[in-house]
Design a protein around this ligand. Sequence first.
Ligand SMILES: Nc1ncnc2c1ncn2[C@@H]1O[C@H](COP(=O)(O)OP(=O)(O)O)[C@@H](O)[C@H]1O
Ligand SMILES: [Mg+2]
Length: 288
Amino acid sequence: MYKQDCPCFVPLALAGGQGKSTVALMLGRILARKGLPVLFIDADPQASLTAFLEVEPPDDHPTLLEVITNGEDKVPLYSAIHPVPNEDNLFIIPATDQLENANHYLAASGMSLTILKQRIYQVGVNIDPEYKITRNFAMVIIDPPPERSHLALTSMGAGTCWAIPAEANVKGVQSLVRTLDLLKTYQALLSNSTMVGVIPFRAKWVGLNPTKTTKESITVMEELVGKELMLPNLLESDIYKRAINEQVLPRDIGKEDLEYPITSLLDKIQPYLSPDVTSIINNHELTR
Ligand SMILES: Nc1ncnc2c1ncn2[C@@H]1O[C@H](COP(=O)(O)OP(=O)(O)O)[C@@H](O)[C@H]1O
Ligand SMILES: [Mg+2]
């Protein structure tokens, strides 16, 4: 059990193919590799993260749909948590395509922003802090859907910190603009949460130079959020696709340097981690 509740990290982007699932997966894997338990929540009805982790929820096992549409008394949060096969430190509340139905429920509830946050942090549940889910994981990572839906709102609302991955091209810039606009719309209701940075995704370099499209789009991104919020580029690379498919990290394919944008992201999230988690990370760094 950790001293403090863990943060909930959400990669946000209002378009497909921006790197949300990739960033979620790799950040979780890096933490798990340090011996830290991570709870993924798949909030996308396309269920990419559930598929990446090769989790197949049995029909009688609750998924995120049942968590959102029921209270803790009927579907306790722990009952929806699946272990990830062959991983000691990874767990997931999975999605199926049925999750789409949660959008209707959320729309009718009028509480999209708060429902998932309250379920994750077990607000109003009479429970010894020691048994709280958020005291037993180092981080919760939500993988949201790509469109401006109620599931996207509930994912955003649950976040302690967000990052925005954005493809290093015109589509990525447009997605960043729409995502920043969404955060601005709800700013007053999200004052306890922080945007930690923008991650240019699939940045293309030829030798020592970025391609024209990559360079121009990153310049526009910088103008939109300011230099201090720009995280290192996640490079276009088949290694990432291989790592996803082979259930490993780029370091396992001999390309640890490709993980740099994810470890930089972790540095940005460090202040939100429980102090005992931070000390595990730092000790791990020293002994590695
Ligand atoms: N570094 C990379 N270079 C090229 N393609 C990548 C890289 N990392 C991930 N991909 C691929 O990009 C696609 C989109 O990424 P994904 O994370 O699924 O985006 P999103 O969740 O925002 O829709 C995926 O098919 C993934 O395999
Ligand atoms: Mg995705």
